[in-house]
Design a protein around this ligand. Structure first.
Ligand code: FE2
Length: 347
């Protein structure tokens, strides 16, 4: 706890007594408590999709979705003790096989799902089925019932992103099972898209919760919006063409804790360096490229997942036309007022 070289050695004889009183001399450790700038927590890392998929499908042969409750391979940051992909985010790859249902439950942790492989299926959220196609983003806000079903002929696999480490940090972990496999369906499939995602909102409906009323952001629409915005535009030096999935009520993020983004980097694009106080999880939807994150050089292709810890310097390069999905803890940091980005880094 104390530095090797004490700043105030004359006080050293008192330190044992201070420790016995469960106190600390802040004058010795001030830099560890407040500090001038963040230290990245965790390490950059990549989880290649093909290898992860093999292990997941093997688990599918041995454990049913009902037995597992959730058949998920959690992506653990190698430099962190707890099962998070970053200090603040949990990520996992989830598999539901044809005919299987992952039974209904709810928890205080909020979640998003980014679909990587589907021949048919849906995530039911709070009385509504959200159809799952590759590239679709589906949210499961805090304390909403959710179950998942594969109605296709092949594996249904998606990337889970949750704010579990944040919820656990606050000691606010609650959860319960519904006690039946599937929740009652109250509205047409993808009703939240037709009701809230047209640029209009229902005159007689209110939405007071701190998350987007849109539960599904279909890839076809998101991709079209991204490429329409990119057409004829100049790419941002750090981010290329980048769109934020937004809450139509206030233009904010989709969840109070987690922000999500879709970006396009044209083949050959090399980004300028930047860093921000958020930890970000990336997955390539289309194309391939490289990421320089801190001292790590990462090559990635379609469906590979990689993480950039907070305040690590990032450079992205597109080998082929890239579409990258990402999510981060920016939503929580901005709500709490301490999110920062630094784009004034020299290459
Ligand atoms: Fe869940």
């Amino acid at each position: 706890m104390y530095p090797k070289t004490l700043k105030h050695p004359a006080m050293a004889p008192s330190y044992e007594k201070i420790a016995q009183m469960s106190a600390l001399p802040l004058w010795e450790i001030l830099g560890d408590v407040v500090g001038d700038e963040p230290v990245p927590m965790g390490t950059p890392h990549i989880w290649p999709y093909a290898a992860m998929r093999d292990v997941l499908l093997d688990a599918g042969q041995r454990i049913s979705a009902a037995e597992a409750e959730r058949r998920v391979l959690a992506l653990k940051n190698p430099a962190l003790e707890r099962p998070g992909i970053s200090q603040t985010l949990f990520a996992g790859l989830q598999l539901v096989l044809p005919g299987e249902v992952a039974p209904s439950h709810r928890h205080s942790a909020g979640a998003l799902r980014f679909v990587l492989e589907s021949t048919g299926g849906y995530s039911a959220v709070e009385g509504e089925r959200c159809v799952m196609r590759r590239g679709d983003l589906i949210t499961t806000p805090s304390w909403t019932w959710h179950d998942h079903e594969n109605t296709g002929t092949g594996p249904l696999i998606w990337l889970d992103g949750l704010d579990v480490p944040m919820v656990n940090f606050f000691g606010a972990r609650f959860g319960e099972e519904l006690g039946q496999e599937q929740q009652p369906i109250l509205r047409p499939d993808d009703a939240s898209v037709s009701r809230w995602a047209s640029g209009m909102r229902p005159h007689d409906q209110h939405h007071e919760q701190p998350w987007s009323p849109i539960l599904s952001y279909p890839y076809e629409r998101s991709r079209a919006a991204l490429f329409a915005a990119a057409a004829g535009a100049t790419p941002n030096p750090q981010h290329g063409f980048k769109m934020t999935y937004s809450n139509p009520m206030d233009g904010g993020h989709i969840l109070p804790t987690i922000a999500a983004f879709l970006q396009h980097l044209p083949a050959g694009f090399e980004s300028a360096a930047w860093r921000s106080s958020e930890a970000t999880v990336f997955v390539a939807v289309e194309g391939e490229g490289t990421a320089q994150i801190g001292d790590s050089q990462i090559s990635f292709g379609e469906s590979d997942i990689f993480v950039a810890p907070n305040w690590s310097v990032i450079r992205l390069q597109a080998r082929r036309d890239l579409v990258l999905f990402s999510f981060s803890d920016r939503a929580a940091q901005q709500r709490l007022g301490f999110w920062r980005e630094d784009t004034a880094l020299s290459d």
